[in-house]
Design a binder for this molecule. Sequence first.
Ligand code: MG
Ligand code: MG
Ligand code: MG
Length: 310
Amino acid sequence: MEKIYVSGHKVPDTDSICSAIAYAQFLKDSGQYDAQAIRLGEISRESQFVLDTLEVAAPPLVEALEAGTAIALVDHNERGQAIDGIEELDIRQVVDHHRIANFETKGPVFYRAEPVGCTATIVSKLYRERGLTPDETTAGLLTSAILSDTLYFRSPTTTQEDREALDYVSKLAGLNVDDYADRLFKAGTSLEGMSAQELISADAKEFNIDGKLARVAQVMTADLASVEPVLPELMEAMDEVRKETGAQTFVLMVTDIFQETSKVLVSGDYVAGLASAFESPLEGSSFMAPGLLSRKKQMIPKLTDTITGK
Ligand code: MG
Ligand code: MG
Ligand code: MG
C-alpha cells in the first residue's frame, strides 16, 4: 500500500492529535493507504492525559517532509496552520470542520468538510459509512476528541451528529463518559506551573483575515479568578509575540468552561472594535464576553467582521 502521512494543525489540540491517529488507522482499516500519523508541535496536558490513559504513543514530531510526499490533513486546511512547505507536498485528503481559506492543491483531492463540532465526529461517520468498526483504542481516541472539541456539548459548535458519534464511539471504547470527561477537563485546565509565554502559545492559531495576520489563542480554565493576577504578564507576553510575528492583532480568550464565559485580551489593533462586536465594555485592553466558548464559531466571525469593517 502507498505511504501517506496524516497531520493535524500546528500547536495541536486533542482533536488534531487523536483524529490524526484515528484517521491514519481508518486509512489502513479501509485499505486505502499505509498511513502514519504525525504531529506539528508539543502535546498539550489534555492530550497527554488521553495518550497515557489509552496507552497510545504520541505521533512523531515532524517539522518538514520531502517535497512530493503524500499527506492527509485533518482538523485544518489553512496554509498558516499546516506543516511548513505544504505547497510542495501532495495533499491527497482533507477531513475537517473549519472554514476553508488559503487552500490549494496540485491534484484532485478527497475533501470531506462538515460543519460539526469535531473532526473525530467525521472520522466516526467515515467508519460507519464504510461498514467498519473502530477498535477499542481508536474509539477511545475519537471519544476524547469529541469531548474536548465540543467541551462535552457545552460549545455552540456542537451538533446532533456529535452527540450521535459520541454515543457510538464511547460505547465501543467502554468508557464511562461523565467520569472520563471530568478527568479529561481537569487535566486540560490545570495551568499549574505554566509561564505566561506557555499559556499564550499552548493553543494559538494564526489566521489570514482580509490580508491581515491575526493570532488567536485560547486558554481553558476551571477558575477564571485564578488567572486574573497573571493578566498583565499575559498582555506583555502577547505584545512581544505580536511584534516578533508581525501580527496585526493578538487575541487571547481565557475561557472558563464551567461558567461558560471568556475574558478576552487584545494586543494590537481592533481592541475597541472587537469589544463592541461582543457588546462588552472595554476595560483597558480586555473585556468580558459571557457565553463565548468557541474560537471558530464565535470569535473568528466577529473578528473577521471587525477587521473587514462590516
Ligand atoms: Mg483543532
Ligand atoms: Mg477540531
Ligand atoms: Mg479546538
